[in-house]
Design a protein around this ligand. Structure first.
Ligand code: GAL
Length: 678
């Protein structure tokens, strides 16, 4: 991140700041309090389009000049928002065709926020016009440190079935396929007689009598991601003309938004930024947080990233908005930091008195500065100052997990062999097993260079393109290790089944053929001869070159192989044909890690250990999610991590292979549990 002044602290700290909701007297108090909390970056102006342009083409920047000036005087940098996620009422009145339309045909109204039809030319024009005004006016402003384009593209609405979108979709298809013959072949339109004779006959895949063409729906998702991305790029390019040296970002929602194919988006931002909110009611929400942070780092190619938003306490939009417990905001923040964030930001600085988010927590709650939240916010600010040297250091993972948004899209389509096939559920299950074994994970696209990983895991990857299949085959042939879960490698990029036995894309590398899918009844369990239990799925599995590691002893595949191992080239590929959970999955993952030469450390459930490394220092983040103290020993220097707290230990980088090992144990006589109060 660039900085307008030379002496900026290295870890950024702050949040969204909406001064327009408050009288001017409050602004000075806000800034004093920001200084008290050691805040050094705030995101301003994200929803203020109507204040900046109250009538089309008429601009009023006085209030923004004033607050930017106050922030600059206080040494607080600004991440300046373009306000294009909330067009003004005048825009909707004048350009009603820009309203998005849902798949069911409902035209969504204004009076809220969120995406317009991404293909509306009027929106594109109005959005780039206000962006240009902002870029020109604040290009040289001393507080400007970063640009925050729009807000969470794709949320809450992404696909739009309006007229502009249909026309743009037809254009997008012409570019993708060139001819209608190509399109008809790719979409398999001979099925149910859907062939197209003119481009103008093609509609968005709006709600139909029964299942719509699945390749068409898949392409409409690709088109939508591209259309949203084009909106971002249009604004970014305007900004770059005025401030080529100031980084431009837009806030992602890494694991929580499937509207955007972030692998493609990540190439277009100068710094990856991400919003993450706990699923408050889930006891493993700290593990899902880690997964989200690991995906964000991976999208950033391992470079430091910005945690643009998370919460100090409860959010306001979940069924039960459970408050964070003492210490939880620090644990959450430090987990993001440990996993590569160089900026820790919250939504929002001061809690709103009115509007949809008046019950959302903030850095400064309604109850003010005499609160635990405010104390913890100030403590965190001080802690981050002491960790300034962590900035720029990197996380190194030896395990890569495959994440392909297109595979999510395809797997979410209708009429698959079981409603219990759930791509995300398997990713979470394998990720959780690795987290509990203390293994840090990167995510990777299946077509990416995987050669840096000792182990790659594909926890159900339904869509695999021929290019990705060749990449995975080459990775294993070259000595890599690949662990694949069921219902993977089934279809190509057009959602067409590969010819021959499943898993077509991975048949050779796994050395197996599936003659029939054998989904299980709801609640049905099957047993394996290695003592484990499977659920949801089984295959009629026939090894070609693989050897059998475990077989079914009950269920529809009784007597047939369940888990296999295939030596392929210089590497190894494993296939798991059923849903393993808990201890069974942990044992399988531990065994595969050991075969891959990776140490697993399950010494203490609930202690998160992550390393960041700079050229000369290893930073070990020890995050205790339990209610018991934990003692960690590293060579000569034992460290006690008190219950619910975090310790960061610096260790000089030793020559290759001489870094001392860390081991953990409970403090004597303590009975640990994980997160007792959720
Ligand atoms: C985010 C959004 C913020 C705020 C926050 C509340 O998704 O970007 O503007 O609404 O949620 O949790």
């Amino acid at each position: 991140m660039s900085s307008s002044r030379p002496t900026r602290p290295a870890i950024r700290y702050g949040g969204d700041y909406n001064p327009e909701q408050w009288p001017r007297e409050t602004w000075r108090e806000d800034i004093e309090l920001m200084k008290q909390a050691r805040i050094n970056l705030v995101s301003v102006g994200i929803f203020s389009w109507v204040l900046l342009e109250p009538r089309e083409g008429e601009y009023e920047f006085g209030w923004l000049d004033e607050i930017m000036g106050l922030l600059a005087d206080a040494g607080i940098d600004v991440d300046l928002g373009t306000p294009t996620a909330a067009p003004p009422a005048w825009f909707w009145k004048k350009y009603p065709d820009s309203h998005p339309v849902t798949r069911e045909g409902v035209r969504l109204g204004g009076g809220s926020r969120g995406m317009v039809s991404p293909s509306s030319p009027e929106y594109r024009r109005a959005a780039t016009a206000i962006t240009e005004q902002l870029a020109r006016r604040y290009a040289q402003h001393p507080a400007l440190a970063m640009w925050h384009v729009h807000n969470e593209y794709g949320a809450p609405v992404s696909e739009s079935y309006d007229g502009h979108s249909v026309a743009a979709f037809q254009q997008w298809l012409r570019q993708r396929y060139g001819t209608l013959d190509e399109l008809n072949a790719a979409w398999g339109t001979l099925f149910w007689g859907q062939c197209y004779g003119e481009w103008s006959q093609i509609d968005a895949p709006r709600l139909a009598a029964t299942v719509s063409n699945q390749a068409q729906r898949l392409d409409f998702r690709r088109f939508t991601s591209d259309a949203l991305l084009a909106c971002y790029i249009a604004e970014r390019d305007v900004i770059r003309r005025y401030t080529p040296d100031v980084p431009v970002t837009t806030n992602f929602m890494a694991t929580n938004c499937l509207a955007a194919d972030y692998w493609r988006w990540a190439r277009e931002v100068d710094v990856v930024s991400n919003d993450h909110y706990l699923v408050a009611e889930r006891a493993d929400n700290h593990i899902l947080l880690a997964m989200d942070a690991d995906l964000t780092r991976s999208l950033a190619g391992g470079a430091p990233w910005v945690l643009m938003e998370h919460s100090t306490g409860a959010v306001n939009w979940q069924p039960r908005n459970i408050a964070k417990r003492a210490g939880e905001l620090a644990r959450n923040s430090m987990s993001h930091l440990a996993r590569g964030a160089d900026a820790i930001m919250f939504f929002q600085f001061r809690a709103s008195r009115f509007g949809a988010e008046k019950f959302h927590s903030a850095m400064l709650p309604h109850a003010g500065t005499g609160t635990r939240i405010w104390r913890e916010v100030c403590e965190l600010g001080s802690t981050l100052e002491t960790l300034a040297d962590v900035a720029g250091s990197r996380v190194h993972a030896r395990v890569g997990m495959l994440w392909d948004t297109e595979s999510f899209w395809a797997q979410d389509l209708d009429w698959h062999p079981s409603i219990e096939l759930d791509h995300r559920e398997r990713i979470e299950a394998y990720y959780r097993a690795l987290w509990e074994l203390g293994v840090t994970v990167d995510f990777a696209h299946p077509s990416a260079d995987l050669s840096g990983y000792d182990l790659v895991i594909a926890p159900s990857l339904y869509l695999v393109t021929p290019e990705s299949a060749a990449n995975l085959e080459g990775y294993v042939a070259g000595g890599g290790r690949l662990l694949v879960s069921y219902f993977s490698g089934i279809v190509d990029g057009t959602d067409a089944v590969y010819p021959g036995a499943a898993p077509g894309a991975l048949r050779e590398v796994l050395g197996v053929e599936i003659h029939e899918f054998l989904p299980l009844h709801e609640g049905e369990l099957v047993t394996l001869d290695d003592g484990s239990t499977g659920a949801v799925w089984a295959d009629d599995l026939h090894p070609t070159t693989a050897r059998v590691l475990a077989s079914y002893t009950s269920g529809p595949a009784a007597g047939a192989p369940a888990i296999t191992e295939n030596a392929h080239g210089s590497g190894t590929a494993w296939y798991v044909s059923t849903r393993l959970d808990g201890e069974d999955l942990a044992q399988l993952v531990a065994a595969v890690l050991s075969r891959s030469g990776i140490d697993a450390d399950a010494a203490h459930p609930g202690l998160e250990i992550v390393e960041r490394r700079s050229a000369d220092t290893v930073y070990r983040f020890l995050i205790n999610h339990t209610n018991a103290d934990i003692e960690v020993s590293a060579g000569e220097s034992p460290v006690t991590v008190p219950a619910g707290q975090v310790r960061v230990v610096r260790d000089p980088v030793h020559p290759e292979g001489t870094q001392h090992e860390w081991s953990t144990r409970h403090a004597p006589d303590s009975a640990p549990h994980v997160k007792e109060d959720v």
